[in-house]
Design a binder for this molecule. Structure first.
Ligand code: FAD
Ligand code: NAP
Length: 575
């Protein structure tokens, strides 16, 4: 196919950067407002995460009946998931189905990376440049760049000397990789590693897993979709979605509000067994205080360690695989046969916690003076989370202020939706919103609907620009920080706090106050006439038009899960 010519001198109402679930739904909603929209996507297809993460074993860990869009009843009813946790190819197919169904493709330019977005204060327009030579302008600039979309490839010494193949789980080759007969090394033991290692092990001649920090994982107990369950969900989808929205993680699962410390040991064990049998992230719902009380947390941690020791036969390996940190402090992993794999004679665990990987050499990796001969190395080393894809774009707001400079000490946003000095600039699941701590399609839909209602209102009143007022942004940033301290999650070195990227300031980036509490706050800001925002250039009308409001976000706080107090509202598991 002929490469498309660059577009220049085009003016859009909105430019959206990214065509994952966020960008796709944003495009659909903006177009329904009658706006002209261009979406630029760096990948060669839509789907974002599910376009890039094609590693063996990749699948969602929020069950598919909930990890899906809720905005279209027809879509909900027609789509059939094959498994409880559907695999990456099926989720990618779903994203493409959505793009087809809502005729989104024509507005999306693929294989096009936005390099620059600069606000012109005289024209009140964003000027956007891409690596394909596009030079366009737009009133609104929407970042749908994803929270986990900038691969972290640590710069190991002499990496360039390695003659074998290197892969990152988040940039997996489209044709797949055949590890048959190969000596493979995997660096990292987070969710991506834990999903891929059992499958890589089935093919590889030998597998060395380089582990810096062990992780907790709860079995997925994945299965084919139960037709009875699917039918029941489809018959009651609005109720399920409403229940999910009222939960701290934006996803519904049984939740026991009782504190673990108040249960007897036998009660605790039986609850843990019950929730372990349910499997996956809902295990966090076994007791209400697991992420808030260190003593309670330790009971869950020890339960999970005992499970590892029951599976892994070699006691030294089992010990190394047992995390000693807080349970669920780093993102909890969900596994299928991960610990079992270490009983295989061709799989070994290399502990790099005390001594890091020394360097690469032409045939592999050197660690602790030992040479590991490898044909292929898989980097399961994660992402520069939440801000990584922002950092790759030169974004300038008023007075030429760059976003990187503004966020040098950590991201500063108002509600994770916008940031002062950057007018008409919106973020989908930006730092300071629940984003990664909730089921992300819920987070995305709520943000998109809020932004579109906001843009619709600006149009109704003929306004030129909207941007947060410093004081409101400062208060929000402080609130996000304060709330994070209530959770044990703020205490460990995870990607939530940027600790996986050397030099990144340590700030708890997502909002941990719970999805419904957050949604309630967004609603409040909107219904109070966009409190905390400066809206400029509106028509001098005596009667303001009614603010648009997407009704499905009118949340009711679930009193079974949350007490009325703010502090208790932050309780309950978040993903
Ligand atoms: P993304 O899907 O990341 O899409 C962002 C897009 O923006 C990308 O395609 C990227 O190429 C593009 N982009 C970035 N910068 C530029 C640029 N400068 N120019 C042009 N394009 C650009 N969440 C859950 O809730 N449940 C799960 O089970 C779950 N599983 C996951 C599994 C994996 C392996 C990973 C990595 C993440 C998972 N997540 C999960 C989180 C997941 O990222 C979100 O659920 C969701 O897919 C994010 O959608 P998005 O559109 O916001 O971002
Ligand atoms: P991750 O959780 O950040 O894990 C990265 C791993 O690489 C960690 O074990 C980390 O060790 C290790 N690592 C990083 N830099 C290293 C270095 N220089 N030397 C040695 N080891 C290094 O990344 P991820 O597994 O890709 O997952 C990221 C997130 O994506 C998840 O938390 C989840 O939200 C989402 N995800 C979900 C699923 C799913 O099941 N649906 C699957 C994959 C991803 P340390 O812990 O010591 O830093």
């Amino acid at each position: 196919m002929e490469p498309r010519p660059p577009e220049t001198e085009c003016e859009f109402d909105a430019v959206v950067i990214g065509a994952g679930f966020g960008g796709l739904y944003m495009l659909h909603r903006l177009r329904s407002l009658g706006l002209t929209v261009r979406v630029y996507e760096a990948g060669g297809g839509v789907g974002g995460t599910w376009y890039w993460n094609r590693y063996p074993g990749a699948r969602c860990d929020v069950e598919s009946m909930q990890y899906s869009y809720s905005f279209s009843e027809e879509l909900e009813q027609e789509w059939e998931w094959s498994e409880k946790y559907s695999p990456q190819p099926e989720i990618l197919k779903y994203a493409n189905h959505v793009a087809d169904k809502f005729n989104l493709h024509d507005n999306i330019y693929l294989s096009t990376r936005v390099e620059r977005a600069v606000f012109d204060e005289n024209k009140n327009l964003w000027f956007i440049h891409t690596d394909r030579g596009d030079r366009v302008s737009s009133q609104f600039c929407v970042m749908a760049v994803g929270c986990l979309s900038a691969a972290n490839i640590p710069q190991f010494e002499k990496l360039e000397c390695f003659n074998g193949d290197i892969y990152h789980t988040g940039e997996w080759p489209h044709g797949g990789v055949d590890f048959t007969g190969k000596n493979v090394g995997v660096i990292g033991t987070g969710s991506s590693a834990i999903q891929s290692i059992p499958i890589i092990a089935q093919q590889a001649k030998s597998l060395k897993v380089f582990q810096r920090t062990p992780n907790y994982a709860v079995p997925a107990w994945n299965s084919k979709m139960d037709p009875g369950y699917e039918k029941e969900v489809k018959a009651n989808y609005p109720e399920l979605r409403a229940k999910a929205r009222s939960r701290p993680a934006g996803v519904y699962f049984p939740f026991n509000f009782q504190p673990a410390v108040e249960a007897s040991e036998s009660e605790r064990l039986s609850k843990y067994e019950e929730f372990w049998k349910r499997g996956g992230l809902p295990f966090l719902g076994a007791f209400g205080d697991l992420l808030f009380n260190a003593e309670s947390n330790e009971t869950a941690a020890e339960f999970a360690r005992k499970k590892i020791r029951e599976i892994v036969k070699d006691p030294i390996t089992a010990d190394l695989l047992c995390p000693q940190n807080t349970f669920g402090c780093k993102r909890l992993c969900v596994d299928t046969g991960y610990f079992e794999v270490f009983n295989e004679p061709h799989v070994s665990l290399i502990d790099i916690s005390e001594k890091p990987i020394q360097e690469f050499f032409e045939n592999g990796i050197i660690h602790d003076e030992e040479n590991y001969q490898l044909d292929s190395v898989v980097f399961a080393t994660g992402f520069a989370a939440m801000t990584g894809s922002f950092d790759k774009i030169e974004i300038r707001g008023r007075n030429g202020l760059s976003l990187i400079d503004k966020w040098a000490a950590g991201p500063r946003t108002y509600l994770g939706l916008s940031t002062a000095m950057f007018p008409n600039f919106f973020m989908i699941t930006g730092p300071g919103s629940p984003s990664v701590l909730a089921s992300m399609i819920q987070s995305i839909e709520q943000h998109v609907d809020w932004i579109v209602d906001c843009i619709g209102h600006l149009r109704d009143i003929g306004a030129h620009t909207i941007e947060p007022i410093d004081k409101y942004e400062d208060d929000w940033v402080e609130h996000v920080n304060e709330v994070s301290k209530i959770s044990l999650r703020s205490t460990c070195s995870s990607w939530y706090v940027g600790a996986n990227i050397p030099g990144k300031p340590r700030v708890f980036m997502p909002y941990i106050g719970g999805f419904p509490v957050y949604v309630d706050r967004c609603n409040d800001v909107m219904t109070k006439g966009f409190e905390g925002f400066l809206i400029d250039g509106k028509r001098p009308e005596p009667l303001m038009p009614k603010i648009r409001f997407t009704e499905r976000w009118r949340v009711t706080l679930d009193k079974d899960v949350m007490s009325p107090a703010d502090l208790a509202a932050t309780r309950g598991p978040v993903l």
